[in-house]
Every structure is written in C-alpha cells, then in structure tokens.
Design a protein around this ligand. Sequence first.
Ligand code: ACO
Length: 316
Amino acid sequence: MKILSFGHALPKRTVTNAELTQFLDTSDEWIQAHTGIESRHIMTGKETLSGLGAKAAKMALDRAGLKPEDIDYILCSTTRGEMTFPATACLIQARIGATCPSLDINAGCTGFLYAMDMADALLESGRVNRLLIVCAEQVSRLTDWTDRSTCVLFGDAAGAAVCERGDSLKTVRVSAEGDAKLLHAWASGGNCPFDDRIPEEQPLYMNGQEIFKFAVTRSCRDIESVMEICDLTPDAVDYFVLHQANRRILDAARTRLKQPVEKFPRNIATHGNTSSACIPVLLSEMAEDGRLQRGQTLVLSAFGAGLTTGAALLQY
Ligand code: ACO
C-alpha cells in the first residue's frame, strides 16, 4: 500500500502542567523531567470523539484531493470508542458522508501499525481500492484524575491517513504478548442480576517502570528488525516516527541507534501520549510544516496495551 495523505484534529482545550498542580500533588518540574510533557489537549463541552475523528478524516481527504465516496473502507483505531456500539468508525462514516464498510479495531497504542497491516492486506486482496484509517482517542476518559502517576501522561487527539494500492510500504511487523497485568482498563460492568462477578468500571492501571523497560527493548528490537528486512542502516532512514509515550523512551531508542535528535520528531511536549493517534498526528503535523516530503524513508514504531508492538518501514 501507499499513504496518500495525513490529517489530524486536536481538542480546543489545552491543559498545562501548572493547571494539574491545582488538584494533584505534582509539579511542572517533575512532569517535564520524567516525561517531557508540558501540556496536553483535553476534550470538553460538546466535543465528541467521532467529531474529532471526522475532522482529521476530512483533512486527510482534502489533502489527497478525494471525496468521501472515493473511500471503500474505514478502519478506526480506538482504545475506547465514543459508544460501545455503533463503532466509532460508523459514527465517523456518517459524519463525513461516506457509505463504505466501517469498523473499529483496538490494539492499544499500537493501533495505527495494526491498521496499516490490515489496510495492506485488504488493498492487496483487491477487494478494496482506497481505505481511510482514523485513530481517534479520548484517553482522558480512561484515566483516574486523582492518580498523578498516570493522568499527567495522556491527551486526546485524532489522526487519519488515506491509503491506496502501491508499493511504498516496504514492511510492517506487528506482535502481541497477551498480558493485562502491567497495563489495563476494565470495561463497564453492566448490572446483570445473575452475574455477581462482573467488575465495576475501573480506570486505567499501569506499571510505569515495567512498561518503560518493555517499551525500550521491544521498540529497539522492532525497529532493527524492519531495517534488517529492508537491508537498510539507521543512517539511510530520514525519520524515526515513534509512539510519543515518554521523551526518555525516545531518547533511549535514539541513543541506541546513534542518530541525531532531528531524526526523531516529537510532539509529546504539547500533546502528551494520545495513544494510537500519536503517529498519524505527528506525521500530519510534519506534512503541514514541510518536514515530511515524498520519497523520504520512514520507520514507524509503537507499543501499548495488549501488550502489543509494531513497526513499519515505508518510502513516503
Ligand atoms: N508528580 C510527582 N511525583 C510523581 C508523579 C507525578 N505526576 N508520578 C509519580 N510520582 C512519584 C512516584 O510516586 C515516586 O515517588 P516515590 O519514590 O516516593 O515512591 C517517584 O515519583 C518516582 O516514580 P517512578 O514511577 O519511579 O517514576 P519514573 O521516572 O519511572 O516515571 C513514568 C514514571 C513517567 C510513568 C515512566 O515510568 C514511564 O513513562 N513509563 C512508561 C509509560 C508508558 O510508556 N506508557 C505507554 C503505554 S500506555 C498507553 O500508551 C495507553
């Protein structure tokens, strides 16, 4: 497959670290030193996840010079959709005025890589000519806003990509190591009178230090693996576009690959971790400011709940 364009959308409300100190035992210094985050965007008021996703989708369609009817399939990556059903993909489909099959996937923060893998298979099968990927994430709804060790890390956003058949994706690798111990969020329990085992809805739990180690080892492994498959060295790659979970994770990968800081673009300072939206939002911003150019070689890599990981190498 090849990617024709990217789009993104952010909630209007920006929340700074200083604002968090008004109700949490934390500080701007701690958050910046431990994560690299200065602020994040949080959905408020009448903003909806499908509205945010539709805005990102429209930007990607406009940039590709396409209309909603040109799209044959919508894949939406979301860790918690706007509703349990319909799928957020269907809500986005209705908002943009498309008529194609639409469904959600959940591969945690690795969702964009999983969506690329599925898009590649659908396009290669010949059943689909053009496909829209939307990563729409409202992580602010999953976190416990009294838990300083998690709520400071996340933000809300949507990123989108329009794909069609082509050969710019050189390889994509995804993996899962089913394990809920280190990172999970329970689904809502319901009130079935015959089942007393249904857990109450509980917010996101994360063992930060173990996830940190997992992230560094698996990301480096995946990045090296896609470069090896394509017979490329790190010097031949223009950008390493990584999941924006923690600046220290990005620095650890960069140091291991011995690459300059400009080759590891980041928006974590202003967006925080927006789960599967991180990578398409960042690529869309890079397209906007001119850093992303046709022909460049990109390595993408992400990790997240599942535990899942993924990496891809493409010539944009
Ligand atoms: N403000 C002030 N102090 C804090 C805060 C905070 N916001 N959060 C934790 N602390 C304290 C802890 O209580 C601890 O205090 P103690 O020593 O008195 O017990 C101290 O800071 C150090 O805590 P650590 O957990 O060791 O801090 P660390 O440097 O490991 O940073 C962090 C924590 C940022 C969570 C880091 O481990 C991390 O980024 N891990 C990876 C997370 C990740 O990648 N998640 C992505 C997957 S999830 C997803 O994407 C949906």
